[in-house]
Design a binder for this molecule. Sequence first.
Ligand SMILES: [Zn+2]
Length: 467
Amino acid sequence: MARAKTTDAGPWLARLFFAVFALVLALAAPGRAAAQGLIRDAEIEQTLRAYCEPLWVAAGLDPADIDLYIVQDPSVNAFVAGGQNVFVHTGLIMAARTPNEIIGVLAHETGHIAGGHGARRSQFASNQAMGPMLISLALGVLAIAGGEPAAGAALISGSQQFAMSSFVQYTQAQESSADQAGLSYLEATGQSGRGLITFFNQQIRPYEFMSRRMPPYMMTHPFASDRVEALRRGVEASPHRDVAETQEVMRRFQFMQAKLIGFIRTQPQTLARYPLSDASQPARYARAVAYYRVSDMAHARVELEELMRQEPANPYYQELLGQILFENGHAEESVAYHRRSVELAPNQPLLQINLARALREARGRSGADESIDLLRTVTAREPDNAFAWRELALARNERGEVALAELASAEQNFALGDFGMAMSFAERARRQLPRNTTDYQRAVDIITVVGNAMRDSGRGRQGPGRR
Ligand SMILES: [Zn+2]
């Protein structure tokens, strides 16, 4: 599905899906042990996509059609929702002992996409007040986006409290089919399937007869020992069973884990895992992040400067130092690092946003022109990126473009699923924008799409309201 700026139903439906999804995650957090939400990170997304894309191609899928999301959740899980949206929990990435384990799971998920396995409704826990109408709408749109309108109706009448992964539960037949398909993609790309077996044996099998502490992966993907036996036979029969990961795949894995550990674990935990005696790049990287998180800018900088000396062309070292400087009140100094990261890794929306934000923050009106150019590129590529729309609104305001700022705010709220606010900003923008311009049409489109979504939800213009 293209994400061009058309007004076809397709992209809008995808955007609605994303909007409600963002909200679902925001709302799913209460009552759960750990915060759950989508996280964005250019480096980790690049790594996961680099792992996935050969598999997707082997499956006959177009990587441009597939969106990949990282869910910050310590539990081990990965799943597909809404057809071609792959969700990977940080818990899975951190628990994996080899990149091949992650790649095996991703191959299996690709099997679900290629097989067109729609999500069944799994059992929801009941009755916890948290915006019932909103969640019903979310569930309905999610199911409809997945091409199952009937399921959508069932879900709308379903209960209110759920975790995201409660959307998804495959059948045993689908599981076996995804295993075999996944295996064929690994085969086609010359990779071993052993990681999938060790993943099952380490992460899943120990919980087979326990109802508590079960990884959510066992609920989304019902586990059966005989299925894994069939998989094991297939893996052992493969000529690629002993193929080791390439250095590049391994390196990406080490950096991804180091970064997540630095960001998610406490500083003492990170330093225990990556002690000062460890002079490897991933260890320095993890420590830099851990220092940054406790505002120890001096130590973070020492580690990062050494990393940059060793590898001056790594865009993510530049990005991290830029982020550290920006968040410590040195916006102007951060500009050079963010700019370098964009030069080293062009066309990465998240890096472009960093630069755009630093320019506006540091230079105000005189930074706004370049900032707007960057953000227009980003929002064309990622129309669901609420943060980019928010930055664009701020940069537009710097330039005194009030109506365009309001249009950007409408887009921001639409991406966040705040339909009431989206409508209100879009109406203000429409009143001020010159007719027969694409911006005017865009405002009208938002009003139409949001209005329809609100009516379909049976609540008229009340909408979800503010969170
Ligand atoms: Zn599965």
